[in-house]
Design a binder for this molecule. Structure first.
Ligand SMILES: *Cc1c(COP(=O)(O)O)cnc(C)c1O
Length: 448
């Protein structure tokens, strides 16, 4: 590769970034990846401890997935998905129905997480319109939720950083105080509580049931909010409440699906079956944009009618059902099956938590360490007693991120929360490196 000049980099507007930061911190140009590592154009390696935004499962340049992708590209890259279908999509839908909770039987295709959320919201609203509940025009969600950044998804999300300025453009959503286990206002512990914090959502839904189409929630882990983990009991209550009031339980499994939490889908921890499940991110093991909205026969049936009744769900995207993405997703699910991935992850998950406990035990800025499956999160606090965090303007996470990069680990803290979410191919020595670099970077930043 030719040596790039600063001026060559000036045309790209990067996501999730203040571009002015790039003045003294230009983008790292990645040349190639292998397994859990990325390599820049100068050959420096970075351990990808965030699975490249939570998408990569089986490592970069995975041989099996590369082959599935190349084979598919030789046959068919893409075809219009209305009135046409193809084997990778057919196989994928069959397998998804097999592995998702029992009542989910129909698979609708989209092409990224936010678009799956949009489709799910439209589908839920539209269903109620066609089944005689025309007063149901709103959604309920919880505080600190994240469902993506298109306008519909922002409206059901609750992270001001992403949504505040757009508020005049957003539909009006019911927002209930959600779980907050580290700072539980009920004084409970997530291991033993009965999800007492469900009360606010219960009250809102009970009071406005006639106006609510669906409750959308991230099952068990609010990832973007800082890997906030809450107990399965909460989800069981969501299921029960929704059933009682003819409201859809929309599970946004975009970040937690495909084994992240230790089970294939996070809903399994609570043994609940949502009415609509959104899947993306890990679905193609980090290779290509694809998302699915998986739903019940009951919802599907409400759209099934003679054409002239105008009941069809017309939502579509140009790249819907992309054959390359479907072939890759199909191969990824074969890897899960054939290589017994979830069982192997149990041991890795334990290694991560043991290493963090060992290195951060009693550390002066270590607040809570929480973990579920292959998601571990260490919340840094200014005061361990009061659990007070650091002011956002200090940019603690961002500064630690930059230090960790110099040490060859891609950690990308969310505010004050350092998290570990590596590809499932990480080895023991990678896990040790990831946690050691986290400790060194924290110590360097705080001069400890
Ligand atoms: C990432 C994410 C989304 C949005 O997916 P995109 O592909 O980034 O649009 C939605 N919900 C959750 C829980 C996510 O983590």
């Amino acid at each position: 590769m030719n040596i790039l000049q600063q001026k060559d980099l000036n045309h790209i507007w990067h996501p999730c970034s203040q571009m002015k930061d790039y003045e003294d911190f230009p983008p790292i140009i990645i040349d190639r990846g292998k397994g859990a590592y990325l390599y820049d154009t100068e050959g420096k390696s970075y351990l990808d401890a965030v699975s490249s935004w939570w998408v990569n499962l089986f490592g970069h340049a995975n041989e099996r997935i590369n082959k599935a992708l190349c084979d598919q590209a030789q046959k068919l890259e893409h075809v219009i998905f209305a009135d046409f279908s193809h084997e990778p999509a057919i196989d994928l839908a069959r397998e998804i129905v097999r592995i998702t909770p029992a009542n989910l039987n129909k698979v609708f295709f989209a092409d990224n997480g936010s678009s799956a959320v949009e489709a799910a919201l439209k589908m839920s609203f539209h269903y109620h319109q066609q089944t005689g509940h025309t007063g149901k025009t709103r959604f309920a969600a919880v505080t600190d939720a994240y469902h993506g950044e298109t306008l519909g998804a922002l409206a059901v999300g609750d992270l001001d950083l992403y949504s505040q300025i757009y508020r005049p453009l957003l539909m009006n959503t019911f927002k209930a105080a959600g779980p907050d286990c580290y700072r539980c206002p009920y004084g409970k512990k997530r291991e033993t509580c009965d999800a007492e914090c469900f009360e606010p959502l219960e009250n809102i839904v009970a009071e406005h049931a006639d106006e609510i189409c669906g409750v959308i929630i991230e099952p068990l882990v609010q990832c973007a909010a800082g890997m906030k983990i809450y107990p399965p009991a909460y989800l069981k209550k969501v299921r029960q409440l929704c059933t009682e009031h003819n409201i859809h339980f929309i599970a946004d499994e975009i970040a937690v699906g495909f084994g992240r939490t230790g089970k294939m889908f996070a809903c399994e921890h609570a043994a609940v079956s949502p009415d609509i499940m959104c899947l993306s991110k890990g679905i193609t093991a980090g290779y290509l944009p694809l998302s699915l909205v998986v739903t019940t026969d009951e919802i599907y049936s409400a759209f099934y009618a003679d054409y002239r009744e105008l009941k069809a769900f017309l939502h579509s995207h140009s790249y819907t059902g992309n054959a390359l993405a479907c072939a890759v997703a199909r191969e990824s699910l074969r890897i899960f099956r054939e290589e017994n991935v979830l069982a192997g992850n149990e041991q890795k998950s334990r290694m991560i938590s043991e290493k963090v406990q060992e290195l951060f035990e009693g550390h002066p800025v270590a607040g809570e360490y929480r973990q579920l499956g292959m998601i571990g999160a260490l919340e840094l606090v200014a005061d361990r007693k009061t659990k007070e965090g650091f002011d956002w303007q200090r940019r603690v996470g961002y500064n630690i991120y930059r230090i960790a990069l110099t040490k060859g680990v891609l950690l990308r803290p969310l505010g004050n929360v350092i998290y570990f979410m590596p590809p499932y191919v990480v080895q023991k020595e990678d896990i040790e490196k990831m946690v050691i670099v986290a400790l060194e970077s924290v110590n360097q930043y705080f001069n400890l």
